[in-house]
Design a protein around this ligand. Structure first.
Ligand code: ATP
Length: 883
């Protein structure tokens, strides 16, 4: 340290306070960075790295950005997952003795950024805190830009915590250091997530933020979670957060539980393949007009309800708007011009709202009376209840209108904000400045006349103030001694007169005062609004709710969804159900509807066999989506639907899930199944696609059977299981509540047509080789595979008594079954004899090499192979055969 200049010593002392952030150190018109910060920032921001003498033996690495364009650089760093501490000069350099005093005024972090472009969108930006108290885990999440704050807690289990964290998809995590480490080790984030260990904040300060009443409702882990989070916000923002006052505390079991994989597999808010909103349930349902509405809709999708009363209340509201097209259109039209009130309120609270923001607030508030009137006059009890007692904040809108001009500038320190007539003194100053300008115009006219120089003009610049300018060519026309020379340019001379200087002083003084006064009045207005944040937030919440109802109603009406009967019972009955998103994404081809009937006293487990690509996954997902849609309060894609409250959905669909996490597909599958066996209740819905496929056929089938039996005997929940092991069809015999079903196909010649229809009974083949053929594998392989399959399947078919004829005889599905396939099939009225298969059949051992090849071919996951990998595989196989 020895030898550094006082300023560098000051820098180092401040840097100690915030080691994990880039320190933007204000030096005059620049923010400078030094040492490692400078090296890293120059790399990340692609700015020049220089050096500065700082008293040490070597030059200190340094780089900087101009303060007026710093925001872009800060945001770039924050969006990359870094923190940035802003250090300002906090005393007037002229008055300072020694080094100017500097302090960190704010730390901008990914979870607390208020200025990012990403906040202009319709999604939340959450920061979350995780804590542990006794055997309980607490989680709180806050979106600083909107002021939302949630908190919950549950018995210690790291997976449950990670699932809940994933609901918020936070961009930053703080909390108890040990727990953070555990979360980090157990979770796979698909983005950089800065983690910071933090202690709770002082009780006194916490009470100051929320008030005693709000805090008294919390205890243990929840209180600590809120405290840790608020402490971090306080420490980084260093200002009062007037818009974060309401704590939404909830029980996890108020909502359907959806683990991370289930959310992903069902593509609730983004697609699995490219993480796009398009193609997700959110994309389909989002016809919201406002950003608040869009965020609320997403929350509803993330958290389907578990109370039939609340679900039905939501459905009532949706139904009203569903049935009343004119009302719906009127409401949509009123909502459309409403700005993001929550974020505007956030900016008011934060002290960075400008004139345009306040006008946006005003014009949005002006819509409320008409919106409430529409609901009140609708004759609907539900809609009336939603808007009952809504405060339209007219006084605030009026005030903004009185104070601000119609089109204020972006800047708030350069005047031009305040309406004439609002402040008498301001009006006087304006008058003075106007008069001054008129006087200048008059002076210009007089001087032109007196001198005869027509091009003489009065101008202004910051250094010399007002001046008279005469071009070089006309200088000779000026009478001697008339003006005082001030500045010489290439083609002209500039002059002043004592009179002009006197007037200039008056004009500039008036302008300075005007700008200051306008700023003062603006801040007064903003501070006044800041006293009413809670009212504004309540109004925003009503708008958001109405917006979600109209969105759900609009989609439901356009897509002809029906109102589900939601009840506390067990039975699930869907007539002509569809997958809403697959249907919406299809171009022209009709989506084939399929029914579902899972009844407590009949059958509630479905074992679905059928070829690849036949539509098994789509069908199973559609059942889950219909349940989720019903429980969030939306109409559903079906002819009719009676949906019980599902407490949790488990899905195990598709492979290649956790490749980043380094776990094998099979291991992930088994872990999911383990979680299901532990957590599923009779009211859950279990969906397992291709159970047991990641291991050897024998073991896979054995595990599949054992899992199915376990769900049947010990859990008793509704379950849809698809499998390639058509040999498992015999389970129907021994498990009274399990029924076989299959996806119908029509064969003609060499072609197989998928009818996408779920029909009773078990399939006799997976058509895996047919799919391989479709994928373009050489005919020699295909032919050989059929041959091998026939050899291995013969004994199975003979023993199993499968009714569809021998495997791969590609026998036609009987005409009556196809007819049935095209009609509505009620699974509860299945009358087909079940296909029975005895336990594992011994394989013929005639040609072990061929059998091995057939086995590998069977396991080959064509849909997850690149053409190059397929070529490689073929080559390997050929070599093996030639060996
Ligand atoms: N009911 C339906 N009506 C129309 N098209 C459908 C239907 N169900 C599925 N499809 C279409 O078939 C494609 C394949 O469906 P899906 O992925 O569900 O098949 P699968 O039987 O699960 O196949 P695999 O076993 O290979 O995963 C879907 O992408 C969709 O385009």
């Amino acid at each position: 340290m020895a030898g550094y200049t006082p300023m560098i010593l000051q820098y180092l002392a401040i840097k100690e306070e915030t080691k994990d952030a880039f320190l933007f150190f204000r030096l005059g018109d620049f923010y400078e960075m030094f040492f490692e910060d400078a090296i890293a920032a120059s790399r990340e921001l692609e700015i020049t790295l220089t050096g500065r003498e700082g008293g040490g033996e070597q030059k200190i690495p340094m780089c900087g950005v101009p303060y007026h364009s710093a925001e872009n650089y800060i945001i770039r760093l924050v969006e990359k997952g870094y923190k940035v501490a802003i250090c300002e000069q906090v005393e007037d350099p002229a008055a300072a003795k020694g080094v100017v005093r500097r302090e960190i005024v704010r730390i901008i972090t990914p979870g607390t950024v208020m200025e990012s472009k990403s906040l202009e969108g319709k999604t939340n930006n959450f920061i979350a805190a995780v804590v542990r108290v006794g055997g309980m885990l607490g989680l709180s999440a806050c979106d600083l830009s909107t002021g939302e704050l949630y908190v919950t807690s549950f018995p210690e289990q790291i997976e449950a915590l990670i699932d809940e964290i994933n609901v918020y998809q936070p961009s930053e995590l703080v909390g108890d250091s040990e727990l953070i480490d555990k979360v980090q080790a157990a979770a796979v984030w698909n983005r950089q997530l800065p983690l910071t260990a933090r202690e709770p904040m002082a009780e006194e300060k916490l009470t100051e933020q929320y008030g005693e009443a709000e805090l008294n409702r919390l205890s243990g882990a929840r209180l600590r979670a809120v405290s840790v989070l608020t402490g971090y916000l306080d420490e980084t923002q260093k200002r009062s957060l007037g818009h974060v006052r309401t704590i939404n505390s909830y029980e996890p079991n108020q909502y359907m539980i959806l683990d991370h994989y289930t959310r992903r597999n069902l593509e609730l808010t983004e697609t699995v393949r490219d993480r796009n909103k398009k193609g997700s349930l959110l994309w389909l349902l989002d016809r919201t007009q406002t950003s608040m509405g869009a965020r609320l809709l997403r929350r509803w999708i993330d958290k389907p309800l578990l109370s039939s009363t609340t679900v039905n209340a939501r459905l009532d509201a949706v139904e009203t708007l569903y049935l009343n097209l004119i009302l719906r259109d009127d409401i949509r039209a009123e909502l459309q011009p409403i700005y993001d009130l929550e974020r505007l309120v956030g900016r008011v609270a934060f002290g960075n709202a400008n004139g345009r923001d306040l006008n946006a607030l005003r014009s949005s508030l002006r819509r409320i009376p008409r919106l409430t009137a529409l609901c009140e006059q609708s004759g609907s009890v539900v809609l009336r209840a939603i808007v009952e007692g809504t405060d339209d904040c007219a006084d605030l809108a009026d005030l903004i209108e009185t104070v601000l001009v119609e089109e204020p500038p972006v800047a708030i320190r350069e005047g031009g904000l305040i309406r004439a007539g609002y402040d008498a003194y301001l009006d006087q100053l304006r008058e003075a400045s106007m008069n001054g300008k008129k006087w200048l115009a008059e002076l210009e006219r007089q001087e032109r006349e007196a001198t005869g120089v027509k091009s003489l003009k009065i101008g202004y610049n910051k250094v010399f103030g007002y001046y008279l300018e005469v071009s070089k060519a006309n200088l000779s026309m000026l009478p001697e001694g008339r003006y005082e020379r001030k500045q010489t340019l290439a083609n002209a001379e500039r002059f002043v007169t004592p009179e002009l200087k006197e007037k200039e002083r008056l004009i500039l003084e008036a302008e300075d005062k005007m700008v200051d006064l306008e700023y003062e009045r603006f801040i007064e207005l903003r501070d006044h609004l800041a006293l009413h944040l809670h009212r504004l937030q309540k109004a925003a919440a009503v708008i958001a709710e109405l917006d979600v109802y109209q969105s759900l109603a609009t989609v439901s009406a356009e897509r002809r969804f029906v109102r589900p009967q939601v009840s506390e019972g067990y039975d699930l009955h869907i007539e002509e159900g569809k997958h809403p998103v697959v249907e919406a994404m299809m171009d022209g081809t009709p989506f084939i509807a399929n029914g579902t009937a899972l009844h407590k006293d009949e059958q509630w487990m479905l074992l679905i066999t059928g070829p690849n690509m036949a539509g098994k996954s789509t069908y199973m997902r559609q059942v889950a989506l219909i349940c989720i849609m019903a429980q969030l309060g939306c109409f559903v894609p079906a002819k009719s639907a009676a949906v019980p409250l599902i407490d949790r959905i488990f899905t195990r669909i598709g492979a290649a899930d956790d490749l980043i996490g380094g776990q094998s597909t099979f291991m992930v599958e088994m872990k999911d199944i383990q979680l299901m066996t532990e957590k599923a209740t009779a009211n859950s819905l279990v969906i397992i696609d291709e159970l047991g496929r990641g291991t050897s056929t024998g073991e896979g089938m054995a595990i599949a059977q054992a899992v199915i039996e376990y769900v049947h005997h010990h859990i008793g929940c509704k379950a849809l299981v698809s499998t390639h092991f058509h040999e498992l069809a015999h389970l129907e015999e021994s498990l009274p509540s399990l029924t076989n079903a299959r996806m119908a196909v029509e064969e003609s010649g060499d072609n197989v047509t998928f009818l996408r229809k779920l029909i009773p009974g078990a399939a006799s083949t997976s058509y895996g080789i047919y799919c391989a053929q479709l994928a373009g594998l050489p005919q020699s392989i295909i032919g050989r595979a059929y041959e091998l399959l026939e050899e291995t399947e013969k004994p199975v078919a003979a023993k199993s008594g499968i009714t569809d004829g021998p495997a791969y005889n590609l026998s036609k599905i009987q005409p009556d079954k196809v007819a049935e396939a095209r009609g509505i099939v009620q699974l509860s009225i299945f009358d087909e004899p079940a296909a029975a298969v005895e336990a594992e059949t011994p394989r013929r051992k005639a040609n072990p090499k061929a059998e091995q090849l057939a086995e590998q071919l069977r396991k080959l996951d064509l849909f997850n192979l690149t053409p190059m990998q397929a070529m490689q595989w073929l080559n390997d196989m050929k070599n093996k055969l030639n060996d």
